[in-house]
Design a protein around this ligand. Structure first.
Ligand SMILES: C[S@@+](CC[C@H](N)C(=O)[O-])C[C@H]1O[C@@H](n2cnc3c(N)ncnc32)[C@H](O)[C@@H]1O
Length: 276
């Protein structure tokens, strides 16, 4: 199986698969393989699936996403069985979309979410005021890019993880000396994400960034290590001035730290000694 297939089983806005080479060395070559890997903004999980930690705590505020991971971990065969039987027409898509997830058992709920994700417009994750998924039809082109084997592999990997649906602050509070966090919060000042709720659960205002920075400073004092991707924006960098950071150039995946105007994202970390 190709690495790409393993890390793209979900289509997820803001997924980090194209940026892995900028920071993954921090997460993979830990001197301590017993270290717990913690990812509080899990999303499509591209970093977790790439790093393959032995022990992990994974979380996201998006409960449909977490239900999907739980469903695949515990019932990969059932989820695949149901997924492959779903319709391949626009009309069928809207019919499955209209189901109320609350009425479904765990594997059906997971299969429906996976199906909507693979066939909706651009893999967006958006809900109306009633909390109903309301992204339009995108086509079948990406539906069969995943296979039963992918789901089984995802299921096996997830067995190494505790999976939670929680706010990032509660997850960071649970971390202790020796844990290693990767964080990829949603907010991007001056980019479309600021205005569009791509993730459904992704409205992330500046006060959330301040809350995140305070939680990470407290965690650093306990000896928790962390690596984060965030906006390369002075308001964000000011929150982390005692830590280390380097900008990344979007899209190339090859030249870490090359500074370009509005280059977009930055890696911030506390992996060397810093005064906090
Ligand atoms: C940029 S995405 C993560 C993408 C992921 N790194 C990947 O490669 O697919 C940010 C995630 O943060 C989640 N999120 C937003 N607010 C949150 C909060 N307060 N606590 C925990 N998760 C949150 C969103 O649901 C979204 O899945």
């Amino acid at each position: 199986m190709k690495t790409d297939e393993k890390i793209t089983f979900l289509r997820y806005p803001g997924g980090k698969q194209r940026h892995l080479s900028y920071f993954v060395h921090f997460l993979q070559h830990s001197e301590n393989s017993e270290r717990r890997y913690v990812e509080p903004f899990l999303g499509g999980g591209s970093v977790f699936f790439f790093v393959e930690p032995e022990k992990a705590l994974l979380s996201d505020k998006n409960h449909e996403l977490i239900d999907l991971y739980n469903g695949i971990r515990d019932f990969p065969d059932d989820v695949w069985e149901k997924y492959q039987k779903f319709p391949n027409t626009k009309r069928g898509y809207y019919s499955i979309r209209s189901w109320n997830p609350e009425d479904l058992d765990v594997p059906t709920k997971a299969a429906r979410t996976l199906y909507l994700n693979r066939t909706c417009f651009k893999g967006m994750w958006r809900h109306n005021a009633n909390g109903e998924f309301n992204v339009g039809y995108g086509g079948q082109d990406r539906r069969w890019a995943i296979c039963e084997e992918n789901l089984k592999e995802v299921s096996e990997r997830l067995k190494h993880a505790e999976i939670r649906c929680d706010d990032f602050e509660n997850i960071i509070k649970k971390c202790s000396n020796g844990d290693l966090l990767f964080l990829d919060p949603p907010y991007r000042p001056h980019e479309r994400e600021e205005f569009n709720d791509h993730y459904g659960y992704g409205q992330f205002e500046f006060k959330e960034q301040q809350r995140l920075a305070k939680a990470l400073i407290r965690a650093s004092r306990k000896g928790v290590k962390w690596v984060m991707t965030n906006s390369n924006h002075e308001d964000i960098l000011n929150l982390y001035h005692v830590f280390f950071h380097y900008p990344l150039e979007k899209g190339t995946g090859e030249i870490p730290g090359k500074i370009t105007r509005n280059c977009g994202e930055v890696v911030i970390h506390n992996l060397r000694e810093a005064a906090v």
